[in-house]
Design a protein around this ligand. Structure first.
Ligand code: GLU
Length: 447
């Protein structure tokens, strides 16, 4: 049997054992389908059932999260934490609060996180969690009560050497604060390293809020440099308008790019003079308002309700919103309009069919597990600072992040060459990440 056939068999079994988890099937297929050249060089992985072991989470926790709204009405949400792989370090990965969250989504995110974290070269395993709670329209007090209830169950599974959550969609500094407060109260420990993304006054690290977006742009600069170019003067479109998007836009503009559009779940804005990051942050972060408000306040902007931000012509497209937001039709539209590079700020925003369209058009594609790893890498720096009771300057932290992103790019680039597909960052990221985890698992025995 060829290795491709082994991989198909293993993926069929993963699909059968995890019914109804479409995003998990998609994420595992994306990784497994690139591993044949790794098996060719390391056939002992097959006997050790390395792929099957990596696809099976070490532990999955599902729990009830009851809470009361401001009118006293009782709500029940479902909380998750999937502790996927701890071969390289404590489980590490964010918490997502969004109505779409279910076990399949958390497992796809946790699976991606294993390889992303491995690519950073840092001592962090992979995990992910969250709840199907919708923070939209909720008061601060309601969000606080929800976070407290969530942590009242989750705390027993966490610890700086065990499992270290952070933010993701719907979980930012405010939510991390409420969860850290509750953890501290229940355990009577000021255990700074148990969560990352903390506020600067209580154990947080410089550059953590900016890190995913900044890291994405550092990665894109490396991709463009490898093709003899740079971001300077490029026309860029970003999807989303949350934490990742905002900081990606700001950093891209520092590199001389013109970011002409961004979006939220209701529509998108086009601003030919370049997105005004201060106004965007005022609308989205301070007022927690819709993006249409940006267009009302900016004379150079127009708002398009509904539709697709990928219809806006650009040379560089950066999906920074959510999974499967850039499909085959959108990819065809992008390349038809001259787009030459797509890099993922979000987790799995590009469908497999869309990646295929980009590949056949010769556009460069940077997968999220490499391109957006700056966030979790800076979380690992936060853990490092917490462990040594130190805090670094902004400049030192940003320089370290830039170095980490350069290294990740080099790892992917070199692995793509080693495994026979030069320039294929998907294959490079998957193979380099997988080998680092699998080699550690090999050394730790069958556990
Ligand atoms: N949620 C982020 C990610 O997708 C960050 C995780 C972390 O900092 O632990 O990588």
């Amino acid at each position: 049997m060829t290795h491709a056939a082994d991989i198909d068999r293993i993926h069929e079994e993963v699909t059968r054992r995890n019914p109804g988890e479409a995003e998990f099937h998609q994420a595992t297929r994306e990784v497994l389908s690139t591993l044949a050249p790794v098996l060719a060089k390391r056939p002992h992985y097959l006997d050790l059932k390395m792929i099957e072991r990596i696809c099976e989470p070490e532990r999955q926790i599902i729990f009830r999260v009851p809470w009361q709204d401001d009118r006293g009405q009782v709500h029940i949400n479902r909380g998750f934490r999937v502790e996927f792989n701890s071969a390289l370090g404590p489980y590490k990965g964010g918490l997502r609060f969004h109505p779409s969250v279910n076990l399949g989504i958390v497992k796809f995110l946790g699976f991606e996180q294993i390889f992303k974290n491995a690519l950073t070269g840092m001592p962090i395993g992979g995990g992910k969690g969250g709840a199907d709670f919708d923070p939209k329209g909720r008061s601060d007090a309601e969000v606080m009560r929800f976070c407290q209830s969530f942590m009242t169950e989750l705390y027993r599974h966490l610890g700086e050497y065990t499992d270290v959550p952070a933010g993701d969609i719907g979980v930012g500094g405010r939510e991390i604060g409420y969860m850290f407060g509750q953890y501290k109260r229940i355990t009577n420990r000021y255990e700074s390293g148990v969560l990352t993304g903390k506020g600067l006054a209580w154990g947080g690290a410089q550059v953590r809020p900016e890190a995913t977006g900044y890291g994405l742009i550092f990665f894109v600069e490396q991709m463009l440099a490898a093709r003899g170019g740079s971001l300077d003067g490029r026309r860029v479109v970003v999807s989303g308008s949350g934490n990742v998007a905002v900081h990606a836009i700001a950093k891209a503009q520092q590199y001389g790019a013109r970011v002409v559009a961004c979006s939220d779940s209701a529509g998108y804005v086009v601003d030919e003079s370049g997105i005004d990051v201060d106004l965007l942050r005022q609308v989205k972060e301070v007022e927690r308002a819709r993006l249409s408000v940006y267009a009302e306040r900016s004379p150079s902007a127009r708002y398009v309700g509904g539709g697709s931000v990928w219809d806006v012509p650009c040379e560089v497209a950066l999906p920074c919103a959510t999974q499967n937001e850039l499909d085959e039709a959108a990819a065809a539209e992008l390349v038809g309009n001259g787009c030459r590079l797509v890099a993922e700020g979000a987790n799995m925003p590009t469908t497999a069919a869309a990646v295929e369209v980009l590949r056949s058009a010769g556009a460069a594609f940077g997968p999220g597990k490499a391109a957006n790893a700056g966030g979790v890498a800076t979380s690992a720096l936060e853990m490092q600072q917490n462990a040594s009771r130190d805090s670094w300057t902004f400049e030192r932290s940003e320089a370290k992040l830039a170095e980490i992103m350069r290294d990740i790019h080099a790892r992917c680039f070199e692995a793509a060459e080693e495994y026979g597909r030069p320039g294929d960052y998907v294959l490079g990221a998957n193979c380099a990440g997988f080998v680092r985890v699998a080699d550690a698992m090999h050394d730790l025995g069958v556990v």
